[in-house]
Ligand binder design. Structure first.
Ligand SMILES: Cc1cc2nc3c(=O)[nH]c(=O)nc-3n(C[C@H](O)[C@H](O)[C@H](O)COP(=O)(O)OP(=O)(O)OC[C@H]3O[C@@H](n4cnc5c(N)ncnc54)[C@H](O)[C@@H]3O)c2cc1C
Ligand SMILES: [Zn+2]
Length: 695
């Protein structure tokens, strides 16, 4: 290998004629800059030969070296006795602790330059590679030195010399992380593939396969970017005649549809409502955009939705995780009491986690927490004051918000089952411009039929028929169902043949949770002193029964704008969770707003609080095409139910949606990722079917 690194020439492709040429050894190392602009004439210019222009222009005519064609065969590369060094790789500085200098296709060739890659990624909140010391459990972090199980299945030929795969995969992931506003094409990857010898050419088919795999899997080249089939299939699009119907145009449906469309398939989206977005729905109040459904992102690092927000050129606002907690008499909980409250609550959750190591019999999280809490009081004889009790209720209320139901419905064994998988870390943010714009951008270029309520799906024949309420019939090869769990529960869509019992049982077991939001705009910002630090403040309920009612307030007022702009644009958003969400179904909007206002007056006794200028009370529970907010693991259910929900039926009917995502349930990100996952499955199944036909 040492010899190869010294004596082998680089090969470079002419940007004019596309022929490969030897790069003069005398010129030293090849670089990406040179590759990007190299033509047959560059060589002449380098040599400073004073030939006339005519000769110079004709340089492209000369034949390509015969060896080039030979090295295109897969055998050539497999037979290569050494693994070439990847030079000047932008990955190098990110994985330096993994690869010592010069290990095979290692990106840490000793002459790598640190071109601020780390800093650039820091800004982008991307952490493509796992750091052994710090990144335990961060979602979408790759081990730079080991192939993942699925990679080994897809690329078994690299199993023995994994570096040959890893160097290429790591290079691709880094290039994507550095620029996700453009499709990462094979050409762009090749420009960064600086290795000596004909291996630079021979390796390209492998690079292409890995690039396609990572694209289809949705690790790169996802989001709002449009790609034409030509990018992936320059000769002939194998999916030209593949037709997929997607039911529902929420985050998951649009995610699936966009991916499949980019892979070159014909995709038809059928959406019951007169709008896209599903549980993402924004409204403007004053001049402020508020999400009546989703508006918060829990953890930005490696979060594909954060990437998409940036692709759209939008910004997010961080929300601190520690906010002021205000009692119903206007007192703010002091720091020490606040910390004690946190500690006690977390200790209860830890005790639940300990308890479940010894049992397989489920009970409700509410009962279990109460039991442990009582045990704690008995055993420690602590004087648990009324204010501590109120603080505990605040935390329990928050947990009911996270679960979207009262704790007596939630599984004590599995309520946080997803925590055993890597999760998104980093800042929690609020999408100042809402989520809807993002979904609108995802929807661009897709064939979406609005007001098209699907009532039945017949997959008994090879071609699937999807019927709508108004009597239309759509046919396709595969269908991806993305309607909310609550609608699967109420069987608004009939399936022929009926869905397998395993799936219908999981649908029954999994919980369809509910929260509602109240959004108020004011002419004054009477809460400013509490929201300034974190953009939020909490409400400590005076009794257990009130704990789900407006547990947390988000300040959505515009920041960094003129006072004139701010005037009449002070907006508060709050949440009705647990019992309060159930009660709200029976209350009028006016009653809810009045109760909320009364509460605010008690929390800010010294302020003169005017009537709100505008108010919104959401009605997700009553919306016929949602009937819920997000899923939870109900008592006697478990994380496996999410997996069962995600299983396809006969490779014809596929399922996406937040309630099919075991690792990231409940969220827009999770919904989107479930769509990406199903697009991969559909793609793979079509490919297999095509192979069967050919053989
Ligand atoms: C109040 C509230 C607050 C939330 N807050 C957050 C948050 O801050 N952050 C976060 O990440 N998530 C939040 N969520 C959850 C998030 O909104 C959802 O997880 C996500 O939007 C679900 O996307 P989906 O594609 O799975 O389903 P949906 O968005 O519900 O999409 C399903 C689509 O199917 C359509 N449909 C239904 N029936 C039919 C039919 N028969 N035929 C055709 N189409 C049909 C629906 O109209 C809908 O458009 C919140 C949800 C709510 C309600
Ligand atoms: Zn040329």
């Amino acid at each position: 290998m040492f010899m190869a690194e010294r004596i082998l020439p680089y090969w470079v492709k002419c940007c004019d004629c596309g022929k490969w040429r030897q790069y003069p050894l005398t010129e030293g190392d090849l670089t990406t800059d040179i590759v990007e602009s190299w033509t047959c004439r560059s060589y002449r210019k380098l040599k400073k030969k004073s030939e006339d222009d005519k000769v110079e222009n004709n340089l492209c005519i000369s034949d390509e070296d015969e060896r080039v064609q030979h090295c295109y065969s897969g055998y050539w590369y497999e037979g290569l006795g050494y693994t070439p060094l990847l030079k000047f790789s932008p990955t190098a500085s990110l994985v330096a602790s993994y690869f010592l200098d010069g290990v095979g296709l290692s990106p840490t060739d000793s002459n790598w330059e640190d071109n601020n890659v780390k800093e650039k990624l820091e800004q982008a909140e991307a952490r493509p590679f796992f750091h052994p010391d710090s990144d335990d459990g961060i979602a979408f972090c790759f081990r730079p030195d080991v192939m993942e199980d699925e990679e080994l299945i897809q690329f078994p030929e690299f199993g023995k010399i994994q570096n040959r795969y890893l160097a290429l995969r790591n290079l691709i992931l880094t290039l994507w992380a550095l620029n996700y506003k453009q499709i990462l094409t094979l050409d762009r990857c090749v420009n960064h593939l600086i290795i000596r010898g004909l291996a630079r050419i021979a390796i390209i088919p492998q690079l292409e396969r890995i690039l396609k795999y990572l694209t289809v899997k949705g690790f790169i080249n996802y989001g709002i970017l449009q790609s034409t089939p030509y990018v992936w299939f320059p000769v002939c699009n194998p999916f030209m005649n593949s037709h997929v119907i997607v039911v529902g145009a929420g985050a998951s449906g649009l995610g699936t549809a966009k991916q499949l469309h980019n892979f070159g398939m014909k995709v038809t989206v059928l959406e019951a409502r007169g709008r896209i977005g599903g549980r993402v729905c924004d409204q403007t109040i004053g001049k402020v955009t508020v999400g009546k459904g989703a508006q918060i992102m829990n953890g930005c690092i490696n979060n594909p939705m954060a990437v998409i927000v940036k692709q759209c050129g939008l910004v997010m606002k961080c929300i601190g995780d520690k906010c002021d907690l205000v009692e119903e008499n206007g007192k703010v909980v002091d720091m020490e009491a606040d910390e004690r409250g946190d500690f006690h609550f977390n200790a209860l959750l830890d005790a639940v986690a300990e308890w479940r190591k010894q049992t397989e019999t489920d009970c409700s999280l509410g009962d279990k927490l109460l039991e442990i809490h009582k045990m704690f009081l008995d055993q420690t004889a602590t004087d648990f004051t009324e204010s501590s009790e109120r603080l505990l209720n605040f935390h329990l209320g928050n947990l009911e918000y996270a679960c979207a139901t009262t704790l007596d419905h939630v599984s004590a064994l599995s309520w946080d089952q997803n925590e055993s998988f890597p999760q998104f870390h980093g800042n929690h943010t609020i999408l100042t411009h809402g989520y809807e714009t993002i979904l609108q951008r995802l929807a661009e270029g897709l064939d979406i039929h609005l007001e098209c309520e699907v009532t039945s799906i017949d997959y008994s024949a090879k071609t699937i028929s999807v019927s709508t309420k108004d009597g239309r019939i759509f046919t396709g090869d595969k269908v991806v169902v993305t309607v909310p769990l609550a609608l699967l529960k109420s069987e608004v869509i009939s399936f022929n043949p009926p869905l397998p019992k395993k799936k219908t049982d999981a649908i029954k077991r999994l919980g369809a949770g509910l929260i509602e939001k109240v959004i108020l705009s004011f002419s004054v910002c009477f809460w400013r002193k509490y929201s300034e630090k974190t953009g939020t403040f909490g409400h400590i309920p005076n009794m257990k029964e009130n704990r789900g009612f407006c547990g947390i307030f988000y300040d959505l007022s515009p920041k960094n704008t003129s006072d004139k702009e701010k005037k009449n644009n002070y907006v508060l958003m709050t949440v009705l969770a647990g019992n309060a969400a159930v009660e709200a179904q029976k209350m009028q909007d006016k009653e809810i707003v009045e109760r909320c206002l009364k509460l605010l007056k008690s929390m800010f006794p010294k302020e003169r609080i005017p009537d709100p200028l505008e108010s919104i009370v959401t009605r997700w529970g009553k919306e016929p095409f949602s009937k819920m907010a997000y899923s939870y693991v109900a008592k006697d259910g478990n994380g496996e139910d999410y997996t069962t929900l995600s299983e396809d039926v006969e490779k014809k009917v596929y399922f996406a949606g937040e309630a099919t995502n075991r690792q990231f349930p409940q969220t827009v990100t999770g919904a989107y990722l479930s769509g990406v996952r199903e697009a991969y499955k559909v793609h793979t199944d079509f490919e297999e079917e095509n192979e069967d036909v050919e053989s």
